[in-house]
Write a protein that binds this ligand. Structure first.
Ligand code: OAD
Length: 259
C-alpha cells in the first residue's frame, strides 16, 4: 500500500471539501490495457490525429480511419481497474459528486460509478454520417466488412438514397463540438465545486481542459494524479503515480479520516 505524504495530504483535502468532483483522461484506462494518446506508447505516436481523428479526415478516407477504430474495437473486453473501483466507492460513500471523463470506454460506469459525464462521447453506439440512423454495437459487430478493409458494411441508407451507410462511432472527433448535454451537465457538476481531482490527463485538449480552470476561478483547489504531470495545470497538489495504486490508497486514507 502507498503511504506517501502526498496521498495523505490529498486525503485531508478531500475530506475537508464541500463539493469535490473528478476529471479523468486516458491515463485511467492504461492499466486496463487501453493505450493513452500522448505518452511514448500512446495512440498518437502511431496515428497522426490530423489524419485519424477529425471528421473531415473520416469523410475523406473512412476505411483508413477504420483501421484505427477497429484496433480500438479489439480492446472492448477491457475491464475496470482498481482505480475505477475506488472512484466508484468514493462516490457511493459521498466523497465526490461525480466524474467528467474524456474517455469513451465506459469503464467508470462498468466499475459502478453513477454520475459520469462523457465529454467526448462513447463507443457504445454508431451513427451513419449520411442518413443519421443509429446502430448499436451488437448490430455493428454482426456486420460484414467492406472487402479489404475493417470498415463495417451496413445496408444501404433508407429512403431510396443510392448511398450505403457510413458508420462513425458516437465519439467526438477533433473538429466536432462537445455534445451539448455533456457541456450542460459538466457545467452543473463543476459549479460550486471547491476541489477537483484531475486524473490521468495531459489537459491539452479544450474545452475539457477549461474545467479545472473553472474550479480554480471559483476559488477551488486542484489535486493532480498523473504519471507525467500536465504541463499547464499547476495544481495545488501533485500526486505522481499510477491511477490503480494512488487512488485506492487515497480512498482508503479518506475513509479512515471520515470514520
Ligand atoms: P493523454 O494521452 O494526453 O494524457 C494521458 C495522461 O495520463 C498523461 O499525463 C500520462 O502520463 C497519464 N497516465 C498514463 N497512464 C497512467 C496511469 N496508469 N496512471 C496515472 N496517469 C497515467 O490523454 P488525455 O488527456 O485523456 O480526445 O487526452 C485528451 C483527449 O485527447 C482524448 O479524450 C482524446 C485525445 O485526442 C479525442 O479523441 C477528442
Amino acid at each position: 500500500m502507498i503511504h506517501s505524504e502526498a496521498v495523505v495530504q490529498a486525503a485531508r483535502r478531500l475530506a475537508a471539501a464541500r463539493k469535490a468532483v473528478v476529471l479523468t483522461g486516458a491515463g485511467v484506462s492504461t492499466e486496463s490495457g487501453i493505450p493513452d494518446f500522448r505518452s511514448a506508447q500512446g495512440l498518437w505516436s502511431r496515428y497522426d490525429p490530423a489524419e485519424y481523428a477529425t471528421l473531415s479526415a473520416f469523410l475523406r478516407q473512412p476505411a483508413k480511419v477504420w483501421n484505427m477504430l477497429a484496433e480500438l474495437e479489439d480492446l472492448l473486453d477491457a475491464r475496470p481497474n482498481a482505480g475505477h473501483a475506488a472512484l466508484a466507492r468514493l462516490e457511493a460513500e459521498g466523497g465526490i459528486a461525480g466524474i467528467v471523463t474524456q474517455n469513451v470506454d465506459g469503464l467508470h460506469q462498468a466499475a459502478g460509478s453513477r454520475t459520469v459525464i462523457e465529454f467526448h462521447g462513447h463507443n457504445r453506439s454508431f451513427t451513419c454520417v449520411r442518413c443519421r440512423r443509429g446502430f448499436d454495437r451488437a448490430a455493428v459487430r454482426g456486420m460484414p466488412s467492406v472487402p479489404g478493409t475493417r470498415m463495417p458494411r451496413p445496408d444501404p441508407c433508407p429512403e431510396g438514397t443510392p448511398t450505403r451507410c457510413l458508420l462513425k462511432p458516437d465519439v467526438v472527433f477533433f473538429d466536432e463540438g462537445i455534445p451539448p448535454e455533456a457541456v450542460a451537465a459538466s457545467a452543473g457538476l463543476v459549479s460550486g465545486a471547491d476541489l477537483m481531482l484531475v486524473i490521468g490527463t495531459s489537459c491539452e485538449v479544450y474545452p475539457a481542459a477549461d474545467l479545472p480552470r473553472q474550479v480554480r476561478a471559483q476559488g477551488g483547489a486542484l489535486i493532480e494524479i498523473n504519471l507525467d504531470p500536465a504541463a499547464d495545470l499547476h495544481p495545488d497538489l501533485l500526486v505522481q503515480g499510477r491511477f490503480g495504486e494512488v487512488v485506492p490508497a487515497l480512498v482508503d486514507a479518506w475513509a479512515r479520516l471520515k470514520a
